[in-house]
Design a protein around this ligand. Structure first.
Ligand code: ASP
Length: 573
């Protein structure tokens, strides 16, 4: 392969060199007699100078015809820029290339938008090739590539093998709707695109692969609230004969390698049980950067209170949760925070300001002396105490901790990681149906045959960095009877579980080793490493909020003939 000179390598030391460059005309400026343009490719950007005054007609015409995004080849000589025109913002800012040969390899139409134009996401994605060219996205894609390279090197060095699992498959229950693909050869039957390779990686353990990984595409048909994509990538892994500690250590070492590949440090994660996370952070994704206090449960302090709001909540069996921020908030800030708490579902927000020994709060008059003393014992410093009561007081106070910390910058810098372990094995959905908190293949802690299902915990471990879940995994069930019992608790009839998961039950029945695994969300990790808000900024061709691709126009209608071949008829056009 021909070696190309990286543009960003041009500097004062290149002075006098004759070079050839290939790339796109970025911007162009006509200074009468002298044309300036920036030439750009993936390796950087440099200023070109076309001094047309002493050039022939052909050169003049070509130079004059140049427009943004023309693809060109230029030959020229590197010269230092005059002192007053040095551009400190780019690595090549001290030099420019005086062009004496130019070839237009391909012109461009006038652009639908220019960098910095306020255009809709829809338009940006429609012309994604232009968007990728101009928005620094190429370095994001390169970063994603780097993570995948580090991952592959790490797993290779640790005796894992990458096994590709099918995309045309059966449903894997990861809690979302499936994308379905009609099967032409079996009319009326459908493949499901995998929500994850979960079942295949377990079958691979039964097959004796022992250490599997895959950089795997996953598909989940969910409403695209909160920065999700219908199609995303997991660094998926599974290990035989490994307990939770071994899997966690393997994942942690991989993540450390990836972080150090980006010159970032990931300190050793804490290990926290799910129930402690909920009690102290009000969430299973604690953000350890926040410098506000942990949550304190005030229910016991107010058990005989005369404050009616708390009293009636305690009588209903609800709780009172609180936290402290070392800050003196203004009246309007407190009003705003109260409104936010209400938006989160609270009836109101109690606050107490403390400055030395002086206390201020509209509800203080309703509190007993002992109640106040006990609260101050928990929060002895000057600042503000917040509390709320209700069925979801811990969740709301957890969200308020984040709100207060983000809004008033009560937050440390850097990365803070933790493992959340032992999540409940089951939870109830909105209709009160029992469902698996992770997925139904997670090993239980305790006895699933005799224990109260909703009290069982699981051998799960999720990895959380700065309040975001970067991945999750668990020790799996390898005993077929236990797996069937879980399906029973989930009220999946025998006939149905045999139909859906018979192949897994088969794999578990013929000598399947104990195993456990994990999956990291690749795009989420990349966005975090690059400090980007949205995973869309690391995906070359993301979907819109309506799960569409404006570039290709997918999803799209298909012809009558295609439908007929598949044995399908649409209910509506
Ligand atoms: N399959 C799980 C998921 O996609 C991860 C795992 O348990 O390995 O969340």
């Amino acid at each position: 392969m021909k070696e190309r000179l990286p543009i960003d390598s041009l500097n004062k030391n290149s002075d006098g060199k004759t070079i050839e460059l290939l790339g796109w005309i970025d911007t162009i400026r006509d200074h009468g007699g002298v044309l300036f343009a920036d030439l750009r490719n993936r390796s950087g950007k440099v200023q070109l100078v076309f001094d047309v005054s002493n050039k022939d007609e052909v050169f003049r015409r070509l130079a004059g015809s140049l427009r943004s995004e023309f693809v060109v080849s230029v030959k020229g000589c590197v010269k230092p820029r005059p002192d007053n025109s040095v551009n400190k913002k780019i690595p090549t800012g001290e030099v420019e290339v005086w062009v004496d040969g130019i070839d237009v390899l391909n012109p461009s139409l006038a652009l639908p938008f220019y960098p910095g134009d306020a255009v809709s996401d829809e338009t940006r994605l429609k012309y994604r090739f232009l968007d990728l060219r101009s928005s620094g996205m190429l370095s994001n894609l390169a970063a994603l590539d780097k993570i995948m390279r580090i991952t592959r090197e790490y797993f290779f060095a640790n005796d894992f093998i990458e096994v590709l699992t099918p995309l045309l498959t059966k449903s894997t229950p990861e809690g979302a709707r499936d994308y379905l693909v009609p099967a032409r050869m079996q009319k009326g039957a459908f493949f499901a695109l995998p929500q994850s390779p979960q079942l295949f990686k377990q079958v691979l353990m039964s097959a004796g692969v022992e250490r599997y990984y895959q950089i795997a595409k996953c598909f989940r048909d969910e409403d695209l609230r909160s920065d999700r994509q219908p199609e995303f990538t997991q660094i998926d892994m599974e290990m035989s004969f490994a307990d939770a500690d071994e899997v966690m250590e393997t994942v942690w070492k991989l993540l450390m390698k990836i972080f150090s590949g980006f010159s970032l440090k990931l300190p050793e994660p804490e290990i926290m049980k799910y129930e402690n996370a909920i009690a102290k952070y009000g969430t299973d994704k604690p953000d350890l950067r926040l410098t506000v206090s942990l949550i304190e449960n005030l229910t016991e302090i107010f058990k005989d209170t005369g404050f009616n709001v708390f009293k009636s909540q305690i009588e209903k069996g609800n709780k009172i949760a609180s936290f402290f921020a070392e800050r003196n908030f203004s009246g309007s800030e407190l009003n705003e925070l109260t409104n936010t708490a209400k938006e989160f579902g609270a009836g109101g927000l109690v606050w107490i300001k403390k400055s030395g020994t002086e206390l201020k709060s509209p509800v203080l008059k309703f509190f007993g002396k002992e109640e106040i003393e006990r609260i101050l014992k928990l929060f002895p410093d000057s600042g503000t105490i917040f509390a709320c009561s209700g069925g979801n007081a811990f969740e709301i106070i957890g969200r308020m901790r984040i709100e207060v910390a983000e809004k008033f910058n009560l937050k440390k810098d850097g990365f803070f990681a933790l493992w959340i372990t032992e999540a409940p094995l089951f939870e109830k959905d909105k209709e009160g149906n029992v469902q698996a908190t992770h997925h139904p293949f997670t090993a239980p802690i305790g006895d699933v045959f005799t224990g109260e299902a909703m009290e069982l915990k699981s051998h799960s471990y999720d990895f959380v960095i700065n309040g975001e879940e970067i991945g999750g995994g668990s020790v799996r069930i390898h005993n077929v009877e236990m797996q069937k019992r879980i399906f029973e608790i989930l009220k999946i009839p025998e006939e149905e579980y045999n139909k859906k998961f018979g192949f897994l039950l088969g794999a578990l029945s013929y000598g399947c080793p104990p195993h456990g695994g994990f999956a990291v969300g690749l795009e989420r990790l990349a966005a975090m490493l690059l400090g980007l808000k949205s995973i869309r900024d690391v995906i070359a061709f993301p979907k819109t909020q309506n799960a569409c691709c404006p570039l290709t126009g997918a999803p799209d209608k298909v012809s009558e003939k295609q439908l007929k071949d598949l044995g399908l008829k649409l209910l509506q056009d």
